[in-house]
Design a binder for this molecule. Structure first.
Ligand SMILES: O=c1ccn([C@@H]2O[C@H](COP(=O)(O)OP(=O)(O)O[C@H]3O[C@H](CO)[C@H](O)[C@H](O)[C@H]3O)[C@@H](O)[C@H]2O)c(=O)[nH]1
Length: 184
């Protein structure tokens, strides 16, 4: 739809920002994700297991054609994602003939579910219990971003690695185990 708009009306300047898998928290540990109910996404669930709020993580699929059999995603730090948005606004304001350009906001690197469990254990010093289960219907095997367009068009690339993402997420989780409902 946005592509059609950009073709039909040259006044429009559109960047389509494609998020990969945002995780982590502000490095201060003062701002983070507060999922309501049972999390569907991997990292909030891992966080709750590390906090002892849930017994174990169900790892959806261990027979994928990946090095350790678990699915691969491109996890990106929320602060990198935020910086990507700032770069996008700068680009839009500076580009009268932009048209409509899709941009991937990812790191270009993939990590498996087991790698993310290990990274979170290392960052938190907590054991993350898990059980290998069947695949989740509809899940892709491996997804990561092609980052060249973001680098070329926005001059933006991610800075944080998965260890940073887990460290910052744990800073938030350990300080505020009930998220924004943690008594102060
Ligand atoms: O309890 C869990 C939760 C997730 N996973 C696995 O961890 C990986 C990441 O799962 P997420 O749900 O965090 O992220 P997805 O990339 O699978 O899904 C995201 O991308 C999808 C489109 O690709 C949809 O937009 C969806 O809403 C969004 O969360 C997947 O392999 C998933 O199977 C588990 O093993 N256990």
């Amino acid at each position: 739809m946005f592509r059609d708009i950009a073709v039909g009306d040259k006044e429009w300047r559109i960047l389509l920002l494609r998020y990969f898998n945002p995780i982590g928290a502000h490095p201060s540990g003062e701002l983070g994700e507060h999922p309501v109910g049972i999390p569907n996404n991997l990292m909030p669930y891992i966080q709750q297991v590390a906090l002892g709020q849930r017994e174990f993580l169900r790892v959806f699929g261990s027979d994928y054609p990946t090095p350790d059999g678990t699915a691969i995603r491109d996890y990106i730090h929320v602060m990198d994602l935020a910086e990507g948005h700032v770069s996008a606004v700068v680009k839009v304001l500076a580009s009268p003939d932009l048209g409509c350009v899709p941009i991937n906001l990812g790191t270009g690197k993939g990590s498996s579910v087991l790698e993310m469990i290990r990274a979170f254990e290392a960052a938190s010093g907590k054991k993350v219990e898990y059980k290998l289960m069947d695949r989740r219907p509809g899940d892709s095997v491996a997804v990561w971003a092609a980052t060249e367009t973001a680098e070329k068009e926005l001059g933006w690339k991610s800075k944080y690695n998965v260890d940073d993402m887990c460290t910052h997420q744990w800073a938030w989780a350990s300080k505020y185990p009930q998220g924004y409902e943690t008594p102060l």
